[in-house]
Design a protein around this ligand. Sequence first.
Ligand code: PLP
Length: 374
Amino acid sequence: MKIETTAIKSTENHLKNLRPVSAPLYLSTTFHRNEDGTYNEGFLYTRHNNPNRQILEQSIATLENGKVAYAFSSGMAAISAIFQSLKAGDHVILPDDVYFNIYLLCKEVLRRWDLQYTLVDMTDLEAVELAFFDNTALVWIETPSNPQLKITDIQAIADLAHAKNALVAVDNTWPSPVLQQPLDLGADIVMHSTTKYFGGHSDVLGGCVVLKEQNELAERLSRIQVLSGAVPSPFDCWLVTRGIQTLPLRVKTQSQNAMQLAQFLEQHLQIERVLYPGLESHPQYEIAKQQMKGFGGMLAVLVKGDAKRAIEITHQLKLFTVATSLGGVESLIEHRKSVEGEESLTPDNLLRLSIGLENVEDLIADWEQALKGC
Ligand code: PLP
């Protein structure tokens, strides 16, 4: 063999039976085809499937008590796949404070494909019931919502939607399956931005769709995943899978920290209001207590004053990084309205906090000094 050939053949995988404890990274985009035309374990080409993706999908399906899961390259790719599974002309009901980019996706992209949508306050069941049309195919729930932390009664909406032959999808990114399992509460579809709590370290983008049943919708989503091709790389899958191993511990600590900080801020004279579903003052506290196992690491703070004052506070804080995103080990803060832009319904004085794994006493002391300093 000449050196060019040796360079190829000598680096082939010869270590097939080592049984490693941690899953190896399968970067290979393609897999050997057997003489009889089959593929070992069914792996053909990485856009179709890949061992790292399979491990991730099976893990998320199990965590959500679902039957199947499909992983995507971002949360938005997962969301787009769900909408692509609908027919042109279908109508969807969206929460009025749905994650802003979902609204923009519907308005700027999917309208051209004749997707109809109505924005509704999901905490008002009568308003939701009035929003159904004959062509309503899907109700989208986000609970707690982003950024106002409204809580939607998943079971009640699922009952309403199923009576009208519509499906229910829940964006479960914020609570994660550690705190909320929507399929057990009647939802048909669960969606995640795995960029957030699953990944947990602010270093990987990803998304996932989980279904309660291996049905015709599952087949459609599987085809959209493979044919649209917005799949995560093997390394992305490996990173998210690694994140899952510490997900329950992280989320529990982040929830405890968020609760203590929320209680502190609620009493502070310079704070107008704290939106956190674990506080008894939260309008849907009773529903949150019923459908969640904890209240999560996200909270919103309405400071006394205007947008300028709110932004000033973010820069006085020393332990909170001013950045978008959430769910990582580090605490982040963001003035939401300036990120969402002109059409945003978010109050001017609202700051969104993603609480990390720092010691909560340090986080509280940081807020104390920041509010004194302004
Ligand atoms: N859903 C929620 C609730 C989010 O907060 C986000 C991102 O912030 C997304 C979906 C979109 O996820 P990604 O940024 O991974 O596309």
